[in-house]
Design a protein around this ligand. Structure first.
Ligand code: NAD
Ligand SMILES: O=C[C@H](O)CS(=O)(=O)O
Length: 486
């Protein structure tokens, strides 16, 4: 059982209009720990009717929340940030229990998630408009920015805290209200965020969390005309479905979708730095990260040296229950995730790939999997085209810059990409040649609240974080002031 300093953070009810509620039919869904299989809690199995009530509550709350000054909203968001950081240990314990990542990573996620609240508490006060030089002296052209209204957020299980705050923070900062549907595998983190929102003084109806049937809740959020914006983080497949569903009411959408990140090591790279970057980029959250290195490309001249160093570093990863000291890789989220990794390994080996480390389920059983490296891989393999979303590093060999750019861009995805090199001309050529929303240069970690996080092609629409992140939650209004020459 979860032992928290603040047991009030562990909720089994949804948060709608400032009330903690069960499903209308009383049904609930268990929440299990992926490391042990034990039930750690339960959540209401809500559907369209409860979701509609949450949307209507958010609509009522919008009328007053938007009228607060930016400074008033900023102060309340700052309080929310302070409360989240004060509860970092408990929030991390809840996150590790329901998602599986090591406690140190979970604590890092809480700080990362809270940093979006801190950032947008500040950005709230900088949503500037324009006064544009008038084309005729009887008029003045003024532009103001206004909150778009009731927003919906549908979020994934792999970062159960940060993927929510990365949406709720800019939305509330802009004066919007929000209905959140977290992933069914990891809802307790979302409910804990709502507890702290309530304690921070965020008024009833401004933040709402609904759990239960994804199709029913998502269907209501994507078709209810009161919802003016839907922000989704998850697979490209579901993102495409939600875009189609929102088209009927012409909603604004943000889509943070799947990835297939290339991680390129050129022969002029600092090899030790490249190994360190590849390790963190590939195996963070057991590889269950949208921006993790999905394909490693190493130039022929350093291919063997890189693989030797990389295998030695990966072999040091400690697989186990995320609550145990020293563990650096937890379980995968479920058996389906394990099956996908096994499918990708089997396909690569069948087509000539060589497993030089790991390659099978961990001795711990369940959904634990050995950190794995496969060499001798080619573009005909599934690992070249599909997002593995697990602790599998396929290492491709390449000869020239032109060749590796061609390989890297040969995908429908365009989220994150990485490369290690030291020649400045190469750094500029490759940075501009990669068709991705984000490029890590001599680093394997690119995510922070100050940066515009997002993808191109079928990895999504819009940006989260940075000064750009709040633009997705405002509408531009043009005021044409006439008759000024009389
Ligand atoms: N780009 C990013 O920032 C980012 C971040 C995290 C995860 N992801 C992507 O998400 C995927 C893994 O996460 P996942 O398994 O939670 O993704 P998913 O698409 O299966 O689920 C994401 C969310 O959508 C909900 N959902 C599922 N089917 C739905 C439907 N028919 N209608 C409405 N909602 C529905 C789920 O309950 C969950 O809350 C990977 O592809 C990963 O790359 C992207
Ligand atoms: O999985 C997707 C997240 O956006 C990862 S990150 O923590 O933002 O890098």
């Amino acid at each position: 059982m979860l032992s928290l300093k603040d047991p009030g953070l562990l909720k089994s009810q949804c948060y709608i209009n400032g009330e903690w509620l069960n499903a209308d039919n009383g049904e609930s869904i268990p929440v299990t720990n992926p490391a042990t299989g034990e039930v750690i809690g339960s959540i209401p199995k809500m559907g369209a009717v409860e979701t509609r009530r949450a949307v209507e509550a958010a609509n009522v709350a919008f009328k007053t929340w938007r009228k607060k000054t930016a400074k008033e909203r900023a102060n309340i968001l700052r309080k929310w940030f302070d409360l989240m950081m004060a509860s970092q240990d408990d929030l991390a314990a809840i996150l590790t229990a329901e998602q599986g990542k090591p406690l140190a990573e979970a604590k890092g996620e809480i700080a990362y998630g809270a940093s979006y609240i801190e950032w947008f508490a500040e950005e709230a006060k900088r949503i500037y408009g324009d006064v544009i030089p008038q084309p005729a002296n009887d008029k003045r052209v003024v532009v103001i920015k206004e909150p778009i209204g009731v927003c919906a957020a549908v979020t994934p299980w792999n970062f159960p805290n940060a993927m929510i705050t990365r949406k709720a923070a800019p939305a509330l900062a802009a004066g919007c209200t929000m209905v959140i549907k977290p992933a069914t595998q990891t809802p307790l983190s979302a409910l804990a965020i709502a507890v702290l929102a309530e304690r921070a003084g965020i008024p009833a109806g401004v933040v709402n969390v609904v759990t239960g049937s994804a199709v029913a809740i998502g269907g209501e959020l994507s078709t209810n005309d009161i919802v003016r914006k839907l922000s989704f983080t998850g697979s490209t497949e579901i993102g495409r479905e939600l875009m189609q569903q929102t088209a009927g009411t012409i909603k604004k959408v943000s889509m943070e979708l799947g990835g297939n990140a290339p991680f390129i090591v050129f022969d002029d790279a600092d090899l030790d730095a490249a190994v360190e970057g590849a390790l963190i980029s590939k195996y963070r959250n057991a590889g269950q990260t949208c921006v993790c290195a999905n394909r490693l490309y190493v130039q022929a001249g350093v291919y063997d040296a890189f693989n030797e160093k990389f295998a030695a570093a990966v072999a040091k990863l400690q697989v186990g229950n995320g609550t145990e000291a020293g563990v650096t890789q937890g379980p995968l989220i479920d058996a389906k995730a394990v099956a996908k990794v096994e499918e990708h390994i089997a396909d690569a080996v069948a087509k000539g790939g060589k497993v030089i480390l790991g390659g099978k389920r961990h001795a711990l059983g369940g959904s634990f999997f050995e950190p794995t490296i496969v060499t001798g891989v080619t573009k005909e393999m599934k690992v070249a085209r599909e997002e593995t979303f697990g602790p599998l590093a396929p290492v491709f060999k390449f000869e020239t810059e032109e060749e590796v750019l061609g390989y890297s861009n040969d995908t429908e995805f365009g989220l994150a990409s990485y490369f290690y090199a030291r020649d400045i001309g190469r750094i500029w050529r490759v940075s501009e040649g990669l068709e991705y929303g984000m490029v890590g240069i001599n680093t394997g970690i690119i995510s922070n609240e100050a940066a515009p996080f997002g993808g191109v092609k079928q990895s999504g629409l819009g940006r989260e974080g940075s000064k750009y992140g709040i633009e997705d939650y405002v509408e531009i209004k043009y005021l044409c002031m006439g008759g000024l020459d009389k």
